[in-house]
Design a protein around this ligand. Structure first.
Ligand code: ATP
Ligand code: MG
Length: 150
């Protein structure tokens, strides 16, 4: 596990941007943490790093938004889903097979995912700082996450 403290929006964005540099087709990233902790901002950093040339905005009302970059970016927010069955019905994993799937509130759907994914959990401190805990699962454990902390 890697922990990164972010004091500003720009730092959170930059960690997302660095993560983009590590991503490969088929990768799944879960973002967890309370409302307003920075999940969408982090995803916009990923989008920037993937060369997406339009703003990455919250998918909370539409559930899923897709962007074109060096790799396709599929960005989902499953906050309003009430079951893993509803998540499976969206069939996001097959849509994202050639690209990168980023899921906000992903903890709810973790059991419906393949074993290889990266979790980024955001904790908001009393002073507003964010502590990002980055936890690899499955084959992510053997990947080099060092560049994220740079
Ligand atoms: N260090 C920081 N990192 C990230 N966001 C920060 C930070 N400091 C302040 N913020 C603010 O927190 C908010 C994060 O909003 P964002 O939409 O990214 O959160 P979210 O986790 O996606 O929320 P939701 O749960 O509603 O989807 C922004 O208004 C941003 O400016
Ligand atoms: Mg959001």
């Amino acid at each position: 596990m890697i922990e990164i403290t972010s004091t500003t929006e720009q730092e959170t964005f930059a960690v997302g941007r660095r993560l983009a540099g590590l991503l490969k087709p088929g990768d799944v990233v879960l973002l967890t943490g309370r409302l307003g902790c920075g999940k969408t901002l982090f995803t916009s950093g990923i989008g920037d790093g993937l060369g997406v040339d339009e703003p990455v905005v919250s998918p909370s009302f539409v559930l899923v938004r897709s962007y074109r970059g060096f790799l396709p970016l599929i960005h989902a927010d499953v906050y309003r889903l009430s079951s893993t069955g509803e998540f499976e019905d969206l069939d996001l994993l097959s849509d994202a097979a050639e690209g990168v799937l980023v899921i906000e509130w992903g903890g709810v759907v973790a059991q419906a995912l393949p074993e290889d994914f990266l979790t980024v959990d955001f904790e908001v401190k009393d002073d507003g700082q964010r502590v990002l805990s980055i936890r690899p699962s499955g084959s992510w454990r053997s990947r080099d996450l060092g560049p994220l902390a740079a």
